[in-house]
Structures are given as structure tokens and as C-alpha cells.
Write a protein that binds this ligand. Structure first.
Ligand code: SF4
Length: 365
């Protein structure tokens, strides 16, 4: 298949592996911060093909996984209301809240609907003027433009029964939080290509300079990732710490300006809690005051739903920070499976635990 097979060619992959082997003289630790890259790495066994000196860590690159437990509980509380139609992308429905998930709310009669675009949720609101319609606005910078457009459109066209439950997170503050940790082992990053397609990569340059880490904007196919690793290792071996763009067929330095414009019109930067990690300053997006009437957390009284502790056995916070691999969790594949997940990293299609369960479990017995 054109544009796919050419990035999965085994001979080309071997050539990149040979080039990496030819570069490495000592151990390096590189983190990818994208659930799509994590799944490609685990699915194709790229981490196992690399020379043993190059270790890949999986970072907090799955937006579903980092959505805080409190926000899931709030979504469940909203979806349980008889006056609410709760709209969400499908991957949020099985993320465990404290006592249940959105799918179980749907099974017990809640009006929970899967949509493929936030604009579909605005349309649901238009067709149901006597009901409140809430859209679960989750994601990194990639989904923010679409969600901002839905809010903008609802506001401008007077759809008053539409609101969003916001849990947007931003990648650069997460990189800084990881690099600022005293336990940080990361020496280089593969940055998520789709995030940079929206935002460009200029905001990564001060991070590379301040923390002396190479950051390589990287795509999602096996050859993209191997080339990203090659560029990162090359910088490390040469003592450089720059932002490089492996994914130039999609990403430009400045990104998508119209998308950035609608995001900044609707959203402002706020502090945000990350599931399993805690609050990171200025790491999320919240609705600006001009759009506050479309904020579900202001429209509905959710004060009874406060912070709750994570399941004691789940170490997804450590997994999301690259401090543990999923198969180091004692519950992995035993008490925690995709059918009965203890943590979001096991249920999300981009979660590291789900990737290991799908692609590594049999091999490791
Ligand atoms: S395997 Fe399950 S319990 Fe363990 S870290 Fe992953 S999601 Fe949490």
C-alpha cells in the first residue's frame, strides 16, 4: 500500500539498524512521547532490534491514559444525569473511573454516544434542543483545534444546550516535568509528529537548549522511528542537543497557523493534573472566560466529585514516566487485562500496558 509499505520495508529497516549500530559507542536512553509510536515500537519489536546500548522508554504520550481519575468520575456523573446526552470518542468509554466506566453507565440506561468528531456532538445538540449535550474534550494539541472549532461553532450559532468537559494536555510542559525530575534517565526525546503537525516545533527549541537534550520530531511508521532514533543517537554521540525534524513530509517549523489560531481564541493555558503523575503547571488547556458558558464544569454542579486515590496496585504513573515497563507491574496480564483493566494504560488503544499485552504477552509467557 503506497505511503505505508514503503515505511515498513524490512531491508530499509535493516539499513537504519546497521547505521545505528555503526554510531553507538556507549549507552543512551531515549523516550518517545506518543502512544502511536509506543504501539509501533512494541508491535514491530523495534526496541528489541536496536543495539543493547540504546534503550527506549515509553513516556506519557497517551492522552486517554493521562486524563485524571477525577475527570473520568466527572464524566460518569454527567453521563448518569437523565437530562444529559454525553458524547465522547469511543476510546474513553472503557477507561476505569473510581467505581465504574462510561460503558457501564451506557449499559444501565445512560445516554452515552460515541461520536467521530466534536462537530457531530454539536449536531446532536441541535437536534435535541430539550436535552443538554456534553462532549468529552480530551487530548493533546492534536485534538484541540477540532474541539475549539466545535465550541466556536456552537457559540456563534447559538447552540445553548452544548458544553464540553475539558481535559486537554500539552506536550512541552510534560517533557520539562520529566527532565526536571531527580530520577530522570532520559537523554533524548522522540517528539510526536502529529502534535508538531499542529504546533510546529519551535516551542521545543528552548527545552533542548535548557536541558541539553536532543529532540527529534518523529513519525509513526517503523522506518520513521528508526530514523528518529538514528538522528537522536547521532546528536548524543556528537554532543549536540538540537531540535531536528525527521517527519518533514508532514511537519513544518511553524505548524498549522489557522489551527493554532482557533485554539488560542477558545482556550487558554491552565495547570492540569495528569493521571498517575499529578499536577503539572501550565500543562493544559481550559476554556477562556468568553466561552465559560460552554464549560460543563461550570454549567453543572460537580462539586461532589473530587479527587480520589488510584487503585493501589496500579503503577501506571511510573509506566507513564518511563520509570517502569508495563510487564514489571505485578498485576500485568493477571489481575489487569484489557477486559478487566485496573488502569487506563491497559484499556486505551494508545496505552503502553495495552501494547505490551497485545504484542508481548505470549512471547514472555
Ligand atoms: S498493567 Fe494494569 S495495573 Fe499494571 S500499570 Fe498497567 S494498567 Fe496499571
Amino acid at each position: 500500500m503506497k505511503y505505508m509499505d514503503e515505511y515498513r520495508d524490512p531491508a530499509a529497516a535493516e539499513a537504519w539498524l546497521k547505521a545505528i549500530r555503526g554510531l553507538v559507542t556507549r549507552p543512551w536512553t531515549i523516550m518517545e512521547v506518543c502512544g502511536g509510536q509506543t504501539h509501533a515500537i512494541v508491535k514491530y519489536g523495534l526496541d528489541e532490534l536496536l543495539p543493547s546500548q540504546v534503550q527506549l522508554l515509553h513516556g506519557p504520550g497517551c492522552p486517554v491514559c493521562v486524563t485524571p481519575l477525577e475527570k473520568i468520575d466527572r464524566a460518569i456523573a454527567l453521563a448518569s444525569r437523565p437530562d444529559v446526552i454525553f458524547c465522547s470518542f469511543g476510546d474513553m468509554l472503557r477507561v476505569p473511573g473510581t467505581d465504574r466506566d462510561l460503558l457501564s453507565v451506557k449499559a444501565s440506561g445512560g445516554d452515552v454516544r460515541i461520536v467521530y468528531s466534536p462537530l457531530d456532538a454539536v449536531e446532536v445538540a441541535r437536534r435535541n434542543p430539550d436535552r443538554q449535550v456534553v462532549f468529552f474534550a480530551v487530548g493533546f494539541e492534536t485534538t484541540a483545534p477540532g474541539n475549539a472549532m466545535a465550541v466556536h461553532q456552537a457559540k456563534m450559532t447559538g447552540v445553548r444546550n452544548f458544553s464540553i468537559l475539558v481535559s486537554h494536555v500539552l506536550v512541552p510542559p510534560a517533557l520539562e516535568a520529566i527532565l526536571g525530575s531527580p530520577t530522570c534517565r532520559v537523554q533524548g526525546f522522540l517528539a510526536a509528529g502529529h502534535v508538531c503537525a499542529v504546533m510546529g516545533y519551535r516551542e521545543y527549541e528552548p527545552i533542548a537548549e535548557r536541558y541539553k537534550v536532543p529532540i527529534v520530531v518523529t513519525g509513526f511508521e517503523p522506518l520513521d522511528i528508526l530514523q528518529g532514533v538514528y538522528l537522536c543517537v547521532k546528536q548524543l554521540e556528537e554532543g549536540r542537543a538540537e531540535v531536528e525534524n525527521q517527519y518533514a513530509r508532514v511537519v513544518s517549523a511553524d505548524g498549522n497557523r489557522p489551527a493554532q489560531s482557533v485554539v488560542s481564541e477558545v482556550f487558554e493555558v491552565v495547570n492540569r493534573s495528569w493521571r498517575g503523575i499529578g499536577e503539572i503547571g501550565a500543562s493544559g488547556l481550559g476554556l477562556r472566560e468568553a466561552f465559560a458558558d460552554l464549560d460543563a464544569e461550570r454549567r453543572f454542579d460537580l462539586s461532589a466529585v473530587g479527587p480520589r486515590p488510584e487503585p493501589a496496585e496500579c503503577i501506571s504513573g511510573l509506566v507513564l514516566q518511563g520509570r517502569k515497563k508495563p510487564n514489571e507491574c505485578p498485576a500485568f496480564g493477571i489481575r489487569c487485562t484489557p477486559e478487566r483493566p485496573l488502569g487506563a494504560t491497559m484499556v486505551s488503544s494508545e496505552g503502553a500496558c495495552a501494547a505490551y499485552y497485545r504484542h508481548r504477552r505470549k512471547a514472555e509467557g
